[in-house]
Design a binder for this molecule. Structure first.
Ligand code: TXE
Length: 484
């Protein structure tokens, strides 16, 4: 199936006529083509957004909210269709796309449909000065949203929904590796009555299409989720143009397990936090630290549970682990298994490619557990973003805290303990934007989401996202006594 750009409500071929191949990772075959949009296509999208802006930014909140709700509703109605498209394009189990990805894409629109009606700004009465301050929050204008391949529609809509809810018009680019559901979203937006030009979707490579978006002088804000190296490049490009930036980048998250935790809950959740979506979630707990007294027990039980995971075709009902997103990514992930061997890591389980019958060319890898002895090793320092976790024991709270923080990343952390004091102390000291205690990936969309250190700049979610997509303007009014 050939994909087109969605510009001004219409589906357009790229002006240059350049296309790139789109792969089905579970089969390892090309199944369509997508535009490799040039600067000129991005300009077309920008012009459409610019033209739509005066009217869209002046719609009533009620009208905006009702269009966003309609999009949410249509995504819900097309759940099966969209989930199948996502599983085919990305390689993730259909069950996961059906239970998580697509429902969340719908919730993103519904959440911001509601949030925008409750969004407010501050006012200060300057006592003694006879003045009043209030802050207006205007939409920015035309903004850029660039998203990755791991949770395609989920993350694409997580940016677009608050951007348009706040009254902006958008030029958006999904990952070239997983463009399909973004393409389908265009049709849904038309069906929901989103005015032409409010959302424009251009497809193509990061280095051509993405680069044209971030370099565009009049696209005044960029919301990006992806790798930290790309994030640094975007920051370097956007900073001299004084663009507003929100960067959600990689993670190397600790999963810290104390002996006093609820063991069965911890074990089941740790399997999920290690291998959900083939480990391709920036929030996965890829470094598992286990208190020494339960280390051997955990190791045995964890290996047992992981060995029960079925690696297979995303469309098989009993598949737990699907295909990795691309051949290049599979090779990158496998290179870490070689690094582990060089570094003296012990592969406790997995480490091998899987040949799935009927899908022999697909990009499958066993979920892999590697025992390491030093947090300084590459496996514990670099983001692998695949089905590989490391485990190592620790003795004291201070020791595990030091290791947890001893990485360049700071996205999320998980803590398993029933000790309240320890929870209070550690959550304060862990360097991460999100800390889960006795759970993982439990999300309330009102909460601030994002990382510190090399995991990003800024926060998404709730009113934080609406603040990002608006420009505050303070108005100060002084009053004088009435002339007598
Ligand atoms: O991501 P990229 P890649 C991590 C993960 C992965 C690594 C690289 O470790 O192995 O990043 O993955 C667009 N200007 N994460 O290379 O390149 C690109 O087209 C503008 C973590 O696939 O960062 C895509 O739409 N845009 C992450 C988006 O950026 C550019 C999820 C992300 O791609 C661009 C994905 C440019 N110059 C990977 N270059 C997470 N935080 O969840 C690329 N892009």
């Amino acid at each position: 199936m050939n994909i087109k750009n969605y510009i001004n409500g219409a589906f357009l071929a790229p002006l240059s006529g350049n296309y790139i191949d789109n792969y089905n990772p579970s089969k390892g075959v090309i199944y369509g083509q997508i535009p490799n949009s040039s600067k000129e296509d991005v300009e077309l999208a920008y012009q459409a957004a610019k033209d739509a802006y005066p009217s869209w930014s002046n719609t009533t909140l009620e009208e905006r909210s009702s269009i966003l709700s309609k999009i949410a509703q249509l995504i819900k109605e097309k759940l099966d269709f969209l989930a199948e498209a996502e599983a085919k394009d990305n390689g993730k189990p259909l069950s996961l796309a059906t239970a998580i990805d697509i429902p969340r894409a719908s919730s993103n629109f519904q959440f911001f449909a509601n949030a925008i009606t409750q969004f407010s700004s501050e006012a200060y009465e300057s006592f003694g000065l006879n003045a009043m301050n209030f802050t207006l929050r205007h939409p920015i204008g035309v903004v850029g949203c660039i998203s990755p391949w791991n949770l395609p529609l989920y993350l694409f809509t997580w940016k677009i929904a608050p951007a348009i809810a706040a009254g902006n018009c958008v030029v958006a680019k999904p990952s070239e590796v997983t463009p399909m559901t973004a393409y389908l979203l265009g049709e849904i937006c038309n069906e929901a009555g989103l005015p032409k030009g409010v959302l424009n979707i251009v497809h193509g490579l990061g280095t051509t299409t993405g680069q044209a978006i971030i370099e565009h002088p009049n696209i005044k804000a960029i919301s990006f989720t992806g790798g930290s190296t790309t994030g640094a490049h975007i920051a370097r490009t956007a900073a001299p143009m004084f663009k507003k930036l929100s960067l959600e980048l990689g993670g190397k998250n600790p999963n810290i397990i104390f002996a006093d935790c609820n063991y069965n809950e911890m074990l089941a959740t740790t399997v999920r936090s290690s291998f959900a979506n083939q480990g391709q979630i920036c929030l996965c707990g890829s470094r598992i630290f286990v208190e020494e007294s339960i280390y051997e027990r955990f190791k045995k039980d964890f290996i047992q549970k992981v060995s029960e995971l079925k690696v297979g075709n995303p469309f098989d009902e009993d598949t737990n682990v699907g295909a990795l997103v691309s051949k290049a990514h599979l090779e990158k992930v496998i290179s870490y298994i070689n690094i582990a061997e060089e570094e003296g890591g012990r592969i406790l389980f997995g480490g091998k490619k899987v040949e799935v019958i009927g899908s022999e060319q697909g990009y499958y890898l066993q979920p892999t557990i590697i025992e390491v002895t030093d947090n300084k090793c590459k496996l514990n320092q670099e983001e692998i973003f695949g089905p590989i976790v490391t485990i190592m024991p620790f003795k004291t709270e201070a020791e595990v805290l030091q290791m947890a923080n001893d990485v360049t990343y700071g996205l999320s952390a998980t803590l398993w303990t029933n000790n309240l004091n320890r929870t209070m102390q550690m959550t304060k000291q862990i360097e991460a934007g999100i800390v889960w205690v006795n759970t993982w990936l439990l999300r309330d969309l009102r909460t601030p989401f994002g990382g510190m250190k090399n995991s990003g700049v800024g926060r998404e979610g709730g009113f934080e996202a609406l603040r990002f997509f608006t420009e505050p303007k303070n108005v100060c009014i002084k009053a004088y006594p009435n002339p007598s």
